[in-house]
Design a binder for this molecule. Sequence first.
Ligand SMILES: Cc1cc2nc3c(=O)[nH]c(=O)nc-3n(C[C@H](O)[C@H](O)[C@H](O)COP(=O)(O)OP(=O)(O)OC[C@H]3O[C@@H](n4cnc5c(N)ncnc54)[C@H](O)[C@@H]3O)c2cc1C
Ligand SMILES: NC(=O)C1=CN([C@@H]2O[C@H](COP(=O)(O)OP(=O)(O)OC[C@H]3O[C@@H](n4cnc5c(N)ncnc54)[C@H](OP(=O)(O)O)[C@@H]3O)[C@@H](O)[C@H]2O)C=CC1
Ligand code: HEM
Ligand SMILES: [Cu+2]
Ligand SMILES: [Fe+3]
Length: 509
Amino acid sequence: MMHASDASVSQMSHQPIVATKMSGEMDKPLISRRLVDSDGSLAEVPSEAPKVGVLGSGDFARSLVTRLVGSGFSVVVGSRNPKRTAGLFPSAAQVTFQADAVDSPDVIFVAMFREHYSSLCGLSDQLAGKILVDVSNPTEQEHLRQLESNAEYLASLFPTCTVVKAFNVISAWTLQSGPRDGNRQVPICSNQPEAKRVVSEMVQAMGFTPVDMGALASAREVEAMPLRLLPGWKVPGLLALGLFIFFYIYNFVRDVVQPYVREGKSKFYKLPVSVVNTTLPCVAYVLLSLVYLPGVLAAALQLHRGTKYRRFPDWLGHWLQHRKQIGLLSFFCAALHALYSFCLPLGRVNRYEVVNLALKQVLTNKSHLWIEEEVWRMEIYLSLGVLALGMLSLLAVTSLPSIANSLNWREFSFIQSTLGFVALVLSTLHTLTYGWTRAFEDRHYRFYLPPTFTLTLLVPCVVILAKALFLLPCLGGRLARIRRGWEKDAAVKFALPMDHALAQKTSHV
Ligand SMILES: Cc1cc2nc3c(=O)[nH]c(=O)nc-3n(C[C@H](O)[C@H](O)[C@H](O)COP(=O)(O)OP(=O)(O)OC[C@H]3O[C@@H](n4cnc5c(N)ncnc54)[C@H](O)[C@@H]3O)c2cc1C
Ligand SMILES: NC(=O)C1=CN([C@@H]2O[C@H](COP(=O)(O)OP(=O)(O)OC[C@H]3O[C@@H](n4cnc5c(N)ncnc54)[C@H](OP(=O)(O)O)[C@@H]3O)[C@@H](O)[C@H]2O)C=CC1
Ligand code: HEM
Ligand SMILES: [Cu+2]
Ligand SMILES: [Fe+3]
């Protein structure tokens, strides 16, 4: 049995303890971190570092051993070919044959792949009664194919051992560099609480945080954890991708196909920058409006129901929870849009167009090209775009946990809710001043398709109008009351169990 503190005590004072063994009990360190066990009984001060076995000599085994040695454990590695592999391990670790390695430690890490577990069956007598730690990760295909988790499979091969699932979510790299990089949490499960406690304490001694996941039946779930790639981002990511594809095709048809079909002009040069820079802002803008739409829907639902004490439908609850990801994706697209916009004047296209225009003017003998309205429109929409992006950057910065933690709840919600909405309004003005009268001019309808920006305006305008409506005293006051707990049917109805049963019997609504 070993404790986190046992391990760290022996790590810090390994030498003195070894020395005291020879010179007698009196010379033991006066202050030991753990003289009394949690149950009140006197705990033995460990006379030597706790011993741990590791089977396997691969990447994971090497990192694990390095970390274990660094955390004060005495490690013995079991390899099929110890001569060849000994050089790969820190010199403090003992590397020997599998059969020799499993004899003395009570805890043995199995750092091998599932398909090789059965090769250990010859050791089952020696392993009897010990704790086996399963660190394995299935691949996606294996996980789908096998109903039984790797850990349960190991347990079925060694019924006399206690299997603990742990460390599979930690990469070999994180193990080696210590818990400074990457995830600190190590989910643990096992059918035996005592074994789970022993391994939890080792996890802690190694600088990680154990998370109890219950019985070994949860191993399948624990093994699925590393397979999940950015769980909260899947739906928002697909949404952004879907919008991108839609708007890209739409703009491709309008800006490239239509001129080619109708006038035989080749405008394929627009594909890398121009079409992308018409697509990205539309995606950013629509995503931004989708961040604020669910709040409006929630408010409308509360107004309609006259209470806030009823659960939102699942789709709305889910949507509300994914706003952060949708918002950050919107920010990402908007930032790319800004960069692309800055790049537009750098392209050849721009230079040729400027020169051609200049030449045309010379030929038609016009000297001063200056359209006051165009100038103002440009200046204003650029300024609005920059302001909107600035606001969004503020939201993005405050979504970093370290910064969010330094704000109080009101500050955070002011930035996220109020300034975020201001960003939506600024983006709308940016889009409107960019679009200007284009929506009403026939020549901008190519193949009867309206200019792209007109498509994006629908949702944001609904959100802005709804927010304005909620500011009206009649609706806003009611909403504020509902959110403070007021209910439409003010009298709270108490139903005695008997009444309830009666009501059920009599009414068949
Ligand atoms: C770049 C960027 C980064 C973002 N980062 C984050 C982030 O880090 N974290 C995050 O959460 N969001 C983030 N978002 C999403 C978005 O900014 C927030 O969700 C924002 O709070 C939404 O504002 P809202 O006014 O629509 O909704 P809410 O702030 O939810 O409020 C809507 C209204 O409903 C009320 N209300 C809210 N919840 C309840 C409730 N349970 N019961 C009763 N009334 C309620 C409020 O009082 C408010 O009046 C980000 C967005 C962007 C664009
Ligand atoms: N690499 C990583 O970042 C992570 C790995 N894991 C898990 O750790 C386990 C080991 O992974 P990793 O170290 O990367 O794999 P490797 O292939 O690098 O190592 C596997 C080791 O298994 C040993 N072994 C024992 N019996 C056999 C056998 N019959 N055939 C082949 N090898 C055998 C070998 O050691 P020897 O030749 O000395 O006997 C070998 O070094 C896997 O279950 C993996 O899912 C979990 C989390 C992260
Ligand atoms: C530094 C910030 C920004 C700059 C410099 C900028 C610049 C531009 C430019 C130059 C255009 C015209 C593109 C073209 O000619 O095809 C444009 C259009 C547009 N911008 Fe921005 N913008 C910025 C920020 C934003 C933000 C934050 C949003 C919204 C989230 C946004 C949404 C749009 C939209 C929807 C269009 C119309 C696209 C179309 O239909 O063609 N912009 N912007
Ligand atoms: Cu989800
Ligand atoms: Fe103990």
